[in-house]
Design a protein around this ligand. Structure first.
Ligand SMILES: C[S@@+](CC[C@H](N)C(=O)[O-])C[C@H]1O[C@@H](n2cnc3c(N)ncnc32)[C@H](O)[C@@H]1O
Length: 222
C-alpha cells in the first residue's frame, strides 16, 4: 500500500495539466480576489532580495516576484509543473520532492532571505521539511506560509488528520488528493519545533465573505 504522502505527490503528477489550466485561466476566485495578493504583499513587506518558493507549482508566484525585482527560485516535486514554470520565464526552478529536500540530496541554493509556501504544505510530517528550510535561510530570515484556514475548512471536525480533496467543481480530469488537515495550534507548534518564531498571523478575507479565505503565517528563524 503506498503511503498517503506518496499518493499526495502522485496526485500532482496526475493533476499537473489540469492545475496549470486552472491557475492560468484564473478559475479560482479566492486566489483572484484575495489570496494571491495577500501572499505577494506579505513577502514584499519583508523586502527580501532572494526568495525560495517551496512547492512553486507552475510558477505564478515566481513570476510575480521576479516582476517586482526579486531573485526568486522555485522548487517542486512535479516535473511537469516545474517545466511549465521554466517555460513561462522562471529560469531558476528545481525538481525535487520534499523528502529529497529533507535528506538534502539536491542543491537548491541557500542563504535565502525568505522562503514562501503557498498552499503547498499538504502532508502530515512537515516539521523535518520546515527544519530543512530553516537551514537554508539567512540568520533572521523569514518563512511565509499561506494555507487553508483551518476554521473555514474544518467541516465540524477540528482535529489533525487526513482528508480528501476531490476537486469537485473544477473543470478537467482530476485525481482525488489526500491532504492533512492541521489545527491552528498544530501549525504554530510545527513552526516552533522547526526552530521558527511566529512573527505575524493574518486571515485574508473578502469583504463579502463570512469566512477567511486563508491563514497566512509569517515566522522568523530563531
Ligand atoms: C496546491 S499546489 C500549489 C502550487 C503553488 N504554490 C501555487 O500557489 O499555485 C501544491 C504544490 O505542492 C507540490 N507538492 C506537494 N507535495 C509535494 C512533495 N512531497 N514534494 C514536492 N512538492 C510537493 C505539488 O507538486 C504542487 O505543485
Amino acid at each position: 500500500m503506498p503511503s498517503l504522502e506518496s499518493t499526495l505527490l502522485q496526485s500532482w503528477h496526475n493533476n499537473a495539466h489540469a492545475w496549470i489550466e486552472v491557475i492560468r485561466s484564473g478559475a479560482i476566485e479566492s486566489r483572484q480576489q484575495v489570496t494571491d495578493q495577500a501572499i505577494v504583499l506579505a513577502i514584499m513587506g519583508r523586502q527580501p532580495q532572494r526568495v525560495l518558493d517551496l512547492g512553486c507549482g507552475e510558477g505564478w508566484l515566481l513570476r510575480a516576484l521576479v516582476d517586482r525585482g526579486i531573485e526568486a527560485t522555485g522548487v517542486d516535486g512535479d516535473a511537469t509543473l516545474v517545466e511549465a514554470a521554466r517555460l513561462a520565464g522562471a529560469s531558476q526552478a528545481h525538481v525535487a520532492s520534499y523528502e529529497a529536500l529533507v535528506e538534502a540530496t539536491v542543491d537548491i541554493g541557500r542563504d535565502y532571505d525568505l522562503i514562501c509556501a503557498n498552499f503547498s504544505l499538504l502532508q502530515q510530517d512537515i516539521i523535518p521539511l520546515l527544519a530543512a528550510m530553516n537551514a537554508l535561510l539567512v540568520p533572521g530570515g523569514a518563512l511565509v506560509i499561506q494555507t487553508l484556514h483551518p476554521w473555514a475548512v474544518a467541516a465540524g471536525d477540528y482535529q489533525d488528520g487526513w482528508r480528501e480533496e476531490t476537486f469537485a467543481g473544477f473543470k478537467g480530469q482530476w485525481q482525488p488528493m489526500p491532504w492533512y488537515f492541521r489545527t491552528l495550534s498544530s501549525w504554530i507548534n510545527a513552526l516552533d519545533m522547526a526552530g521558527f518564531e511566529l512573527a505575524g498571523l493574518q486571515e485574508p478575507q473578502h469583504p463579502q465573505s463570512p469566512v477567511p479565505q486563508s491563514l497566512l503565517l509569517v515566522a522568523e528563524r530563531c
